[in-house]
Design a protein around this ligand. Structure first.
Ligand code: ZN
Length: 350
């Protein structure tokens, strides 16, 4: 009876193995990029007599593809009837994206990958992909560091996806198939002097959003001088500006020429204006009366007068290249408007 039971259990074991093999066969999806490494790994296994058993030969003959994301398994014969299914004791080599170091990268970035152990170069290079595809050269500063140097700058505002697999030299274990992504930024503005962009009044929601996107693309923080009316029209405006890291300062409630108003009316306009922890006040049109009332009322309310160094007259349609030349010529505080005609183009062209 005992012998029969042993035979019975051996039969069960074979069935289990067959089911396992079927699962492996069905469940394994081999990325085309790892075809080389897998074939080579199996070929290498044939050179190792310790692996040569019926079951390991069977394993080699099965169309079992080992995707990099799964542990490599080995089928070994044992002294007792049956097969031991075992995983390697050490984990597969790992890989990390070292460059670009941040999710938003300059267009002149290189791709640098750091592996946890020396790698077989060809297997890495054959599996390496950048999408959208980019021409460039491969370099190996050391056996654990793979560098891809694009032959031209990357595209602006584009999401790139990098994927890689391959196997380590020492253990011929597959690296965990890895993919990374990053997006490209616009380059920093080419202005030789310190400068601050300021945006006055109000605009359409689309104009304001386009300015915010352009500032974000260029990595710029600005000072906004919206009127109180603009805040009332767009309740999202001030929270959005603050959340994006911009300053929000006072430009009166309804944008009158303060030089023609009484001191009391001036004070009312300023007090109903917008200000978020900002002591800067910009009088509409830069209008200051000869009696100093605008100045004295504003200072009595705790404000400093903030005019500008460069008046782009963007509201009147100044061409983009003219505005850019004005800003590059001297830097300083630049007056622009949320309703400017070529304002967004100028931010992008700086
Ligand atoms: Zn204004």
């Amino acid at each position: 009876m005992a012998g029969a039971r042993l035979v019975h259990w051996q039969a069960v074991r074979l069935v289990v193995l067959a089911v396992l093999a079927a699962f492996i066969q069905v469940d394994s999806v081999q990325p085309a990029t790892t075809a080389g490494p897998v074939r080579q790994w199996l070929h290498a296994a044939e050179d190792q007599p310790s692996q040569a058993s019926v079951w390991s030969r069977l394993a080699r003959q099965l169309p079992v593809n080992l995707p990099g994301s799964r542990p490599v398994f080995r089928l070994r014969s044992t002294s007792r009837a049956g097969v031991l299914l075992s995983w390697p004791s050490r984990p597969a080599p790992d890989v990390a994206l070292v460059e670009p170091a941040r999710a938003r990268a300059p267009v002149d970035s290189v791709v640098r990958l750091a592996f946890s152990e020396p790698m077989e170069a060809t297997s890495v290079e054959q599996s390496f992909r950048v999408d959208p595809s980019v021409d460039g050269q491969f370099e190996w500063p050391d056996p654990e560091t793979f560098l891809f140097r694009p032959s031209a700058p990357l595209a602006y505002r584009t999401i790139y996806r990098v994927s890689v697999a391959g196997y380590g030299v020492a253990q011929r274990r597959l690296v965990t198939a890895a993919s990374f992504s990053f997006s490209t930024l616009w380059p920093p503005p080419a202005v030789p002097f310190p400068f601050t962009l300021t945006f006055d009044d109000c605009g359409t929601a689309e104009q304001i959003q386009a300015i915010l996107t352009a500032l974000d693309d260029r990595g710029l923080h600005a000072i906004f001088f919206p009127t109180g009316k603009c805040r009332d029209q767009f309740p999202w405006l001030v929270p959005t500006l603050i959340a994006a890291g911009h300053r929000v300062c006072n430009h009166t409630y309804s944008h009158p020429d303060l030089s023609k108003l009484s001191a009391g009316a001036i004070a009312s306009e300023i007090q109903r204006g917008v200000s978020v922890q900002c002591d800067l006040f910009r009088p509409p049109y830069g209008a200051m009366d000869k009696f100093g009332r605008v100045y004295s009322v504003a200072t009595s309310l705790g404000y400093k007068i903030q005019l500008w160094d460069v008046d782009t007259r963007d509201w009147a349609g100044t061409p983009t290249d003219v505005m850019v030349a004005m800003i590059r010529a001297r830097g300083g505080v630049v007056l622009m408007h949320m309703h400017g005609i070529h304002t967004v183009e100028a931010i992008r062209a700086l």
